[in-house]
Design a protein around this ligand. Structure first.
Ligand SMILES: O=P(O)(O)OC[C@H]1O[C@H](OP(=O)(O)OP(=O)(O)O)[C@H](O)[C@@H]1O
Ligand SMILES: Nc1nc2[nH]cnc2c(=O)[nH]1
Ligand SMILES: [Mg+2]
Length: 181
C-alpha cells in the first residue's frame, strides 16, 4: 500500500466486480434504445479510469466523449466554481447520454454538468457515479447508477487525485489527513 494512504476502502478486486455489475445493468437498461445512439461522457480527469473500465463492461455500441471541468484545483475542498476546461467533441442532441463520474461529493460538479448537457436536448440524460460520498450538504442529484457509498473523508486512487498525485493507484484509499490539512 502507498505510504500516504491510511487505509484502503475499495480494493482493486472490489472495484472490478462492482464496475462489471454496473456495466451489466447499463447493458440491460439501454439495449432497447441502443440503435438511437448512446454516448458516454467522462468527466476528466478524475473519471477517465472509471469510464475506461465501465465502457468495456457494456455490451452495446456506445460512443465515448470527454468533458473536462474542474472545481478543486490543487486543494481538497471544492472552490464552488465549476469551470469547463474542455467541451464535448460531438453533438448529443437526440441521443442517450450517460455521464460517468468518479465521485459525487458536494454535487456541484454534476449539478452544473447536468444543467449544461440538458440544455443541448439529449433524448435522455443519466448519471453513473462510482462513488457517492455521505455528506450532510450535498446537491440533490439523481444518479441512476451508483457504485458505492463512501465515508466523508478525502480519498484518492483509481482516478481520484490530490494535487494531481495518486490517480494511478489501482485501489481507493483514504489520504492521511496530515498531508493536506
Ligand atoms: O461533487 P463535487 O464536490 O463537485 O466533487 C466531485 C468532482 O471533484 C473531482 O473533480 P476535480 O474538480 O477535482 O477535477 P479532476 O476530475 O480533474 O480531479 C471529481 O473528479 C469530481 O468530478
Ligand atoms: N481526490 C478526491 N477528489 C474529490 N473531489 C471531491 N471529493 C473528492 C475526494 O474525496 N477525493
Ligand atoms: Mg480532483
Amino acid at each position: 500500500m502507498n505510504e500516504d494512504v491510511s487505509r484502503v476502502i475499495f480494493s482493486e478486486q472490489e472495484l472490478a466486480d462492482r464496475v462489471a455489475e454496473m456495466g451489466a445493468a447499463i447493458t440491460r437498461d439501454y439495449a432497447p434504445v441502443a440503435d438511437e445512439g448512446i454516448v458516454m461522457v467522462s468527466v476528466l480527469r478524475g473519471a477517465a479510469i472509471f469510464m475506461a473500465d465501465l465502457a468495456r463492461a457494456i455490451e452495446l455500441p456506445i460512443e465515448m466523449d470527454y468533458m473536462a471541468v474542474s472545481s478543486y484545483g490543487n486543494g481538497a475542498k471544492s472552490s464552488g466554481v465549476v469551470r469547463i476546461l474542455k467541451d464535448l467533441s460531438s453533438e448529443i442532441t437526440g441521443r442517450h447520454v450517460i455521464i460517468a463520474e468518479d465521485i459525487l461529493d458536494s454535487g456541484l460538479t454534476l449539478q452544473y454538468l447536468m444543467k449544461n448537457l440538458q440544455s443541448r436536448k439529449p433524448a435522455s440524460l443519466e448519471v453513473a457515479t462510482l462513488l457517492r460520498k455521505k455528506t450532510r450538504a450535498q446537491a440533490d442529484i439523481r444518479c441512476r447508477y451508483t457504485g458505492f457509498e463512501c465515508p466523508d473523508e478525502f480519498i484518492v486512487g483509481y482516478g481520484l487525485d490530490y494535487a494531481e498525485r495518486y490517480r494511478n493507484l489501482p485501489y481507493i484509499g483514504v489520504l492521511k489527513p496530515e498531508l493536506y490539512q
